[in-house]
Design a protein around this ligand. Structure first.
Ligand code: FAD
Length: 414
């Protein structure tokens, strides 16, 4: 039977969920205080990965902790006040640094990402967004033998989970990415991964299919949710919308919304920055490149080369701290011939992270017709389409194409 469904949050996760639910003949409204696709889903590196399967809280993290705590790696910046305040969350996050959880999470992410990538390729075709798509893989580069050696564990997991990859030496790298300066000794190409030259352009393209199918978008923030027979969602403008079902897909804001209904979601956020730089004449990248030693990414985008930073642990809405992105730009200039910065200040987004680094895609346990789809961390662009399909299957009583159990809500006491 056709249901009225409200999707709270119009990032890539909310948009793809709304689109799939609309296809299944529901009447769907997205509500978001901003134009959809203008928060975390706007500023990422654009990788549609099939092989980002090693989560940050892996067994190797403990060994790296002294370097990270002493802020000797640009991959992590943190605010000590935030860490102290969030110690229970941080401790729980670190408790997942086990071989057992690495095995479990890498299989779950591999399944979700390869499923999702094939769905994205279909959606991109349907949305006439092929001009955004690059099927050139996703390249990790290493400046020293030592840093490549410490990537051994990741390589083992790539092999174990069947992620297609090729190892390159410095000379082969020169042929693969001729514009890269010759400072890299090794490279690993995830050759089946894809990327897009504008993540917000992709959101717009998917949204236009949703709207063509009759989906509605309301620009407002959900403030209160209540349920008796049906859901009533009140928005900041005091307008109330009624529906049979609600999906919370508000990325880093999801825990705050679910908390209003009594759920304690173990969510943190890993902030990240970007700035675009103009490539100098003749310099161009064929694919997204991750400079592993320096903890940043160079993503060729419509606007220029987007430099994205690693992880900053701080309050979700704390003031911007440009230290990490400044270091990243400095390192990127060593790697590629780059000209002027194209913005006056850095963009900042928040990766929504659950303590075990896997999303929740499931029904809320204590409410009728409440659904969760959030916590996609570093991979939400990649995993959104697959998450949407799992959500819609579970909602419609269909067995999902991949095992949804790693994404169940009851793995936590919430
Ligand atoms: C620097 C960086 C690089 C990244 N690179 C990649 C990459 O290359 N590939 C990849 O797969 N992933 C990448 N990610 C991760 C990816 O961007 C996220 O996982 C993904 O965007 C999360 O999408 P989302 O829809 O859950 O959240 P969001 O995009 O943040 O969307 C949440 C939406 O909820 C809305 N909202 C908030 N409060 C309310 C409310 N009260 N009512 C209604 N709506 C509300 C917000 O306005 C927002 O639009 C990167 C992230 C960062 C920060």
């Amino acid at each position: 039977m056709r249901k009225r469904i409200i999707v709270i949050g119009g990032g890539i996760v909310g948009i793809t969920a709304a689109l799939e639910l609309q296809r299944r003949r529901n009447s769907v409204t997205i509500i978001d205080p901003k134009k959809p696709g203008r928060e975390t889903s706007y500023g990422n590196s654009g990788v549609l990965s099939d092989g980002s399967v090693v989560i940050s809280n892996n067994p190797g993290l403990r060994k790296k902790l002294p370097t990270l705590i002493l802020k000797r790696s640009n991959a992590l910046n943190y605010n000590i006040g935030f860490i102290l305040k969030s110690l229970p969350w941080v401790t729980k996050f670190l408790s997942y640094c086990t071989d057992l959880h690495l095995d479990h999470s890498s299989r779950a992410l591999r399944n979700l990402q390869s499923f999702s990538l094939s769905l994205h390729l279909d959606l991109i075709r349907e949305a006439n967004a092929d001009s955004l798509l690059r099927k050139t893989g996703w390249l990790k580069v290493f400046r020293s033998d030592a840093s490549f050696k410490s990537y051994e564990m990741e390589l083992r997991v790539l092999k174990k989970t069947g992620v297609g990859h090729t190892i390159f030496n410095s000379e082969q790298l020169r042929n693969l990415e001729p514009s890269l300066n010759q400072i890299f000794k090794h490279g690993v190409l995830l050759h089946d991964a894809c990327s897009v030259s504008s993540p917000s352009g992709l959101c717009d393209a998917y949204l236009s299919i949703f709207e063509k199918l009759g989906g509605k978008v309301l620009q407002a923030a959900a403030t209160t949710l209540s349920y008796s027979d049906s859901w009533k969602v009140t928005m900041k403008n005091n307008h109330t919308l009624e529906a049979n079902r609600v999906v919370i897909a508000a990325g880093p804001w999801s825990a705050e919304i679910a908390e209003k209904l009594g759920y304690k979601i173990p969510m943190g956020w890993e902030r990240g920055y970007h700035i675009h730089l103009k490539p100098r004449l003749g310099a161009s990248l064929q694919r997204v490149v991750h400079d592993v030693d320096r903890g940043y990414v160079m993503a060729p985008q419509q606007k220029g080369v987007r430099i994205t930073s690693g992880v900053e642990l701080n309050d979700r809405d704390a003031k911007v701290d440009e230290k990490q992105i400044r270091n990243s730009i400095h390192s990127a200039r060593e790697a590629l011939s780059l000209g002027a910065e194209l913005e006056d200040s850095a963009w900042m987004g928040r990766r929504p992270t659950l303590v075990d680094s896997l999303p929740i895609i499931d029904k809320g346990s204590r409410h009728d017709e409440l659904w969760f789809n959030f916590g996609h961390q570093h991979n939400g662009l990649s995993t959104s389409a697959g998450s949407a399909m799992i959500l819609a299957d579970l909602m419609h009583g269909v067995t999902p194409s991949i095992d949804p159990s790693p994404f169940r809500a009851d793995r936590f006491k919430i």
